[in-house]
Ligand binder design. Structure first.
Ligand SMILES: [Zn+2]
Length: 247
């Protein structure tokens, strides 16, 4: 039995983010004209924060069917992002998606409040548009880093392959931050700590006694480092994110 969203809820979710994908790294428009002058195309999906049926991604049995189809349990995404989040429910936790939703709604509200002439991307003067783009791409990196740190802290471990995936996702960072050595050092540090934690955890099961204690102590230190880094992250990015006005 699936608890699908009623059409009015889907419409509400879409309208609250001005029919754009809520993934901050995507933001694709999900609605447009069809060839038929009377029709329109929708590529948006009302995705569930917690699944519509048992066995689905992020299913939460504590919700009632009514709660499951309420707007609070939905997020508007484009089709590809909806697929993405359902294929990796460990990374895209309800809390993670709720944060996307909050940001997307905030962005839509900001857009409404901005004076006419600057809301239309084509009306934005070239420099400003570039500045927005740079800001957005930096923000996406900031979120990737924050997401990775939160993930390690939450699970207390580095999932196999996730460190490599993190490296791949943040590859552009050095370029995007104008070669800022602090940024490079931060990313190198995160990657190195993740790799060390992963190596310690891979060995843990084969250890006994004192060797095991030492291993666990080292893991604890690294996890503490992840927590401290996570707390200081916003501060470290402040100079890049403060001046930016999100579009
Ligand atoms: Zn998308």
């Amino acid at each position: 039995m699936r608890d699908d969203f009623p059409i009015p809820v889907k419409e509400l979710l879409a309208k609250r983010v001005a029919y754009h994908c809520s993934n901050p790294g995507c933001r694709k428009p999900t609605s447009g004209p069809q060839d038929d002058p009377a029709g329109s195309i929708n590529i948006g999906v009302a995705a569930h924060l917690t699944a519509a049926s048992p066995g689905g991604p992020r299913f939460d049995s504590s919700l009632t069917p009514v709660q499951r189809v309420s707007p609070e349990n939905g997020i508007w995404l484009c089709q590809s992002c909806a697929k993405l989040v359902d294929n990796d429910e460990r990374r895209y936790t309800p809390a993670f998606l709720r944060d996307w939703k909050r940001q997307a709604e905030q962005r839509a509200a900001d857009d409404l409040e901005r004076p006419t002439g600057t809301t239309d991307p084509d009306g934005v003067p070239g420099d400003e548009k570039l500045r927005h783009e740079l800001f957005d791409r930096r923000y996406a990196i900031y979120e990737k880093i924050g997401g990775f740190l939160a993930d390690v802290i939450q699970r207390g471990r580095v999932e196999p392959g996730s460190d490599v995936e993190f490296l791949r996702q943040t590859k552009q960072a050095h370029f995007l931050f104008g070669g800022d050595p602090e940024m490079k050092a931060l990313l190198d540090d995160i990657y190195e700590h993740a790799a060390r934690l992963h190596a310690l955890q891979a060995k843990e099961a084969s250890l006994r006694g004192y060797a095991l204690e030492v291993n666990i102590d080292k893991q604890t230190d690294i996890k503490k480092w992840f927590q401290d880094t996570s707390i200081s992250l916003q501060y470290r990015f402040d100079k890049y994110l403060r001046q930016g006005v999100r579009r």
